[in-house]
Ligand binder design. Structure first.
Ligand code: FAD
Ligand code: SIN
Length: 545
């Protein structure tokens, strides 16, 4: 036992919209630490372009937003969750405004609303095409003002959760993840000092975002390596619906610029998709054409690329007023300009890219996992709002709403538990480890995972490809595990281990679901099978193969 463990009431892992919103709700009410593995503002939140969906127009209705969400979710959304989140949309927007988030307004001072795929109405609040920058900057500013109440540790990566069942090693407290289990804290690596310490808290909130880096091509930033899902899975929590990985239809295709999303809002404002021959192909694929749900647009592009053998399709904005384009999409305009594409006069070359993890750590309607004290909010969680496919701009909404709910639960848990009765976790055992000798081994494994996920577990799947992916991932998993225990802990290795774990979960879930639904499309089972598969795919350690 280490008596040196620092104690907090609540440890929040992650500093995107979910983690920072929750930390602000708790400030001054308990002792909060926010751990974040890069700079505080790094994460998917800051790159969000399109905006946040909420019913604000008099001509819109909660029922219509609920219906659009359910249609996109292809039968797997939890209706009650969708209804309650949608109804809290206006309050979530009001809270963000109170915290200083800037949003575009019209001449009368009302919030400007745009439209995105799958939405039957204009209901997306935004700040030009830099909504995420606006949200993250305001939340970080508010957090900095509360530095006495919230302790932020940047460049500190959570390695693993400390739970009672894991610490007690079977001494009468049940299995990891069982009803008697509870979270005790976190092992975290201070990256600059290369030191792991145990931090104790009766409440730990996973707000670690998604896992787009499992794929070779992604819109996600480098931090999106699925750490929260992997840590929760190792601790015995349930993980659901990992087969539903959303591919955004339009990321820039250019050798000099990676990770640039070309927002769906461009299609919302009239952008047209064309193949390399200049032909428009979406009207034949869906009645909503370019504004069809994302899975349909991404699959139509994939089909176009595969049948024609082209490297990209094109998003054509050249018929829209040039001044409007520059004013409405300054981030995208400037980023395209940097690689010599002028979207006022040239169609933008685009391809689909891995974008959003619809599944995640399974939580109840307040963000609780089944491990006592362990909460999960934002993209890391599976609340049931997205079902088999997320509707555009619903994720910032979900994160804001669940942050508030989970903050209330954290306070309830603290009132029940009392920080004083949390036992100290065991110290980190560095064993006989030495610094990694050959980083080339990690680099090779990183590349292998991301390529095989892209090629075998992408937009269109088959049993043959999934089985191949599974065999290769098992081999990599064994190798990474061996490296992990042999060498001194290292941030790259921590992320690699998580990336392989999450990829295994995606493949296991995709193999389990013997139908096509939402974002999971299988050549072997091309139809939806409501009789057998109108349910979540839930995995728990050990991985059911
Ligand atoms: P993030 O904002 O990703 O934050 C995760 C945090 O966890 C980061 O601070 C990260 O460093 C930290 N972290 C991760 N692992 C660890 C660890 N082991 N230890 C310590 N810290 C860790 N959604 C919309 O609704 N509307 C949009 O317009 C929109 N546009 C998008 C555009 C892009 C390019 C991308 C990538 C996503 C977009 N999304 C959009 C999705 C949305 O941005 C994300 O789902 C949302 O921001 C996730 O917020 P979060 O707080 O859950 O996670
Ligand atoms: C976009 O701007 O296209 C992204 C919106 C989202 O992912 O919700």
């Amino acid at each position: 036992m280490s008596s040196a463990a620092e104690r907090f009431d609540v440890i929040v892992i992650g500093s995107g919209i979910a983690g920072l919103s929750l930390a602000l709700d708790l400030a001054d009410r308990c002792r909060v630490a926010v751990l974040t593995k890069a700079a505080i503002d790094e994460g998917s939140t800051r790159y969000a372009q399109g905006g946040l969906a909420a019913v604000l127009a008099p001509s819109d209705s909660f029922e219509a937003h609920v219906e659009d969400t359910l249609v996109a979710g292809a039968g797997l959304c939890r209706r009650a969750v969708v209804e309650s989140v949608v109804r809290q949309g206006p309050a979530a927007v009001a809270q963000l405004l109170e915290r200083g988030v800037q949003l575009d307004r019209d001449e009368d001072g009302g919030l400007k609303l745009t439209r995105e795929g799958g939405h039957g109405a204009r209901r997306i609040v935004h700040y030009a095409d830099a909504t995420g920058v606006s949200i993250e900057a305001a939340l970080v500013a508010r957090i900095r003002e509360r530095s006495g109440a919230i302790e932020v540790r940047e460049h500190t990566i959570a390695v693993d959760l400390i739970t009672r069942a894991r610490t007690a090693r079977g001494r009468g407290v049940g299995l990891p993840g069982s009803r008697d289990d509870r979270v005790l804290g976190v092992y975290a690596l201070d990256i600059a000092r290369n030191e792991v310490s145990a931090l104790a808290a009766p409440v730990v909130v996973l707000a670690t975002g998604g896992s787009g880096r499992c794929y070779q091509f992604t819109s996600n930033p480098d931090v999106a390596t699925g750490d929260g899902v992997a840590m929760a899975y190792r601790a015995g929590a349930r993980v659901a619906n990992m087969e539903f990985f959303q591919f955004h239809p339009t990321a820039l295709f250019h050798p000099r610029r990676k990770h640039l999303l070309i927002s769906e809002a461009l299609r919302g404002e009239g952008g047209i998709l064309r193949n390399a021959a200049g032909e428009r192909f979406m009207p034949a694929a869906h009645p909503l054409a370019e504004l069809a749900p994302r899975d349909i647009v991404a699959r139509a592009i994939d089909r176009e690329l595969k049948t024609r053998g082209d490297a990209s399709v094109f998003l054509d904005m050249t018929h829209l007023p040039p001044d409007f384009l520059v004013e409405r999409f300054p981030t995208i305009f400037n980023a395209c300009k940097e690689v010599d594409i002028d979207l006022r006069s040239q169609p933008i070359p685009v391809v689909p890219a891995a974008h959003y993890q619809c599944g995640g750590v399974l939580v109840d309607s307040e963000g609780r996992t089944q491990i006592r004290g362990l909460l999960a909010i934002g993209e890391v969680s599976c609340t049931g709002i997205h079902g088999a496919n997320r509707l555009a701009s619903n994720s910032l909404l979900e994160a804001a709403v669940y942050a508030r709910r989970a903050a209330a639960i954290a306070l309830e848990l603290l009132a029940d538990t009392g920080p004083a009765d949390v036992p100290l976790p065991g110290g980190w055992d560095a064993g006989v480890a030495s610094p990694p000798d050959e980083k080339v081994l990690f680099n090779q494994a990183w590349d292998e995972v991301r390529r095989l996920m892209w090629n075998y577990v992408g937009i269109v799947r088959s049993n043959r490809r999934l089985e191949r992916a599974k065999r290769r991932l098992e081999l990599l998993y064994g190798e990474v595990r061996e490296e992990y225990w042999r060498f001194l802990i290292d941030a790259d290795l921590i992320e690699l281990r998580n990336l392989v774990t999450v990829s295994r979960l995606v493949v296991a879930s995709a193999l389990a679901r013997q139908e096509s639904r939402g974002l999971h499309y299988s050549l072997d089972y091309p139809e939806a099978d409501d009789e057998n598969w109108l349910r979540d795919t839930v995995l728990r350690r050990p991985l059911a193969d």
